[in-house]
Design a protein around this ligand. Structure first.
Ligand code: XMP
Length: 509
């Protein structure tokens, strides 16, 4: 285990991902976690992340100095590097020249982390403070003309620091630096494997639940499906899977979930289908603010489950398909809360269950898929594009109504058909239609129209933390536009969303 200690930087999850790419298991913990708690996990190494603060400002996040004497190899990155320097008696100050972006860095290849790195390499810098003088015992292992300490190390104490960000792809040889840290300096074996993780998680669940009963929130999406199958392997018939049709599903999705998970399907689940459409529309009537919509949908969801649980009798655990990015984006550490995710931030205070189990809580999306394959879930389900818990509720900008749901469902179905027909469904990571709350004037036949605009979105991404707009061929988009304006009532305009993430998010709300 390597621990990423989160000081609020924007690349913290990326660090965790990169460590896992070295086949080393990794968890992110907030800098508010006490040292004793961290050390109790027996980490082979600790990485201190970047962050927006200045270490010499006493109100900035600091950490118990005993961390550096615990005998655990430590890598400080950016703010983490400065924190290491400052804590150990070095000098950190405002840099005379800030560095931002791709920067040429001169490397001392005798440094423990730099043996495989070119003498001059391109690395990503983003700092206004710098280490003016390293602490005693450290030697400088990288520099730039304006940043004397771009990296430093005290190999005898296994303390390492880089001012640049090895975790971002803009740092051309960043992975070499990170893998040298985890594999060489920390001595991790690099044999963490998904099948071990799946087996261990199944055993842990079995042990934890004992003879108790669990209720699983099944949405038909990749995450909850993988969670459900994992739970079912762990506890069999002690699990009941409840599928709530909240009226915010894609077209015909209810029926397809029934086909896969219902009694006719390949899984031995206690499967319950709840039609709660009217209830959700009622709760959402008149509500336009995105966070409020998310909270209402999340809360309503839990209420429906509570009711189902009561019908079933005593239920001890609620299972959810929350994945790691949801956990972190909902504000685990000091990173700003972007959206309160359904399953995490959207939870009401009062829940009628003993505990919540989230078997995928530590996995990134592509790892969830890998776990799904390990579990023998069919590929078409495993590679199904993700669908958010709040469903079409966050793809209808502004108030949600049954009529608007129908519009966006029909447009989305056409878009999906055409993307599949063009053979692009596995290339585009996520694609969907959203209904803007904009109406505009058009002409159809000889008549003036004043109708809604549909926005088509398509992104390519591997981890859903950053994304690019997919380059869908013009002919495909044009065909979608044609069909949507002709076949879907109340739509007279179609946009394609070019925004990357950041600054956009994948969903519109
Ligand atoms: P954003 O919009 O945050 O989306 O860039 C990143 C990924 O997460 C999905 N998403 C959600 N999934 N509950 C979920 O289970 C949610 O509340 C939620 N919000 C966004 C989104 O579809 C994308 O894949």
């Amino acid at each position: 285990l390597v621990i990423v200690l989160d000081f609020g930087g924007q690349y913290n999850q990326l660090i965790a991902r990169r460590v896992r790419e070295c086949n080393v298991y990794c968890e992110v913990h907030s800098y508010t976690t006490p040292l004793s708690e961290l050390l109790a996990k027996n980490p082979r190494g600790i990485i201190l992340t970047g962050g927006p603060n200045s270490v010499y400002d006493m109100s900035s996040p600091h950490y118990d100095k005993a961390l550096f004497e615990a005998g655990v190899p430590i890598l400080g990155i950016c703010y983490g590097a400065q924190l290491m320097a400052w804590s150990l008696g070095g000098k950190v100050a405002t840099a005379p020249v800030s560095e931002y972006g791709k920067t040429d860095v001169d490397i001392d290849r005798s440094g423990r982390l730099f043996g495989d790195v070119s003498p001059r390499t391109v690395a990503w810098m983003s700092h206004t403070d710098y280490i003016a003088e390293p602490p005693e015992g450290f030697r400088i292992t990288a520099s730039t003309p304006v940043c004397p300490v771009a990296a430093m190390e005290d190999d005898s104490r296994k303390l390492y620091a880089t001012q640049f960000h090895p975790e971002v792809t803009h740092s051309a040889e960043g992975m070499k630096v990170l893998s040298a840290f985890v594999l060489d300096a920390c001595g991790c074996s690099g044999d963490w494997r998904m099948d071990d993780f799946v087996e261990r998680t199944i055993n842990e669940i079995r042990e934890k639940v004992g003879s108790g009963r669990a209720l699983c929130a099944l949405s038909g999406g990749v995450d909850s499906s993988v969670a459900a199958v994992m739970m079912s392997k762990a506890i069999g018939k002690q699990l009941t899977c409840v599928f709530v049709d909240h009226g915010l599903l894609r077209k015909d999705e209810g029926a397809s979930v029934d086909r896969v998970f219902g009694p006719e399907g390949p899984y031995d689940l206690n499967f319950v289908h709840v039609d709660a459409r009217e209830r959700f529309y009622k709760a959402l009537a008149g509500v336009t603010e995105p966070e409020q919509k998310r909270k209402i949908i999340g809360e309503e969801f839990i209420r429906v489950f509570e009711e189902e649980a009561r019908k079933i009798g005593a239920v001890d655990y609620l299972v959810q398909g929350t994945i790691y990015p949801d956990v972190i984006e909902s504000g685990l550490g000091k990173s700003a809360v972007i959206k309160s995710h359904h399953n995490v931030g959207g939870l009401p205070d009062h829940v009628d269950f003993k505990e919540i189990i989230e078997p995928l809580r530590m996995l990134f999306k592509d790892e969830v898929r890998q776990a799904g394959l390990e579990l023998g879930i069919p590929e078409e389900l495993v590679f199904r594009q993700p669908f958010p818990g709040p469903g079409l509720g966050i793809r209808i900008i502004g108030e949600v109504t049954a009529e608007k749901v129908k519009i966006v469902q029909d447009a989305d179905a056409i878009y999906r058909e055409e993307i599949a027909a063009a053979g692009l469904d596995r290339q585009v990571s996520q694609y969907f239609a959203a209904l803007t709350n904009m109406r505009s004037v058009g002409v159809m036949g000889d008549f003036r129209t004043y109708d809604y605009a549909i926005a088509l979105r398509g992104v390519t991404t591997s981890d859903f933390m950053t994304a690019e707009a997919a380059q869908i061929p013009w002919e495909v988009l044009q065909k979608c536009m044609n069909r949507i304006v002709n076949e879907v009532d109340h739509v007279n305009r179609v946009f394609y969303d070019l925004t990357s993430k950041p600054p956009g998010t994948i969903e519109m709300e």
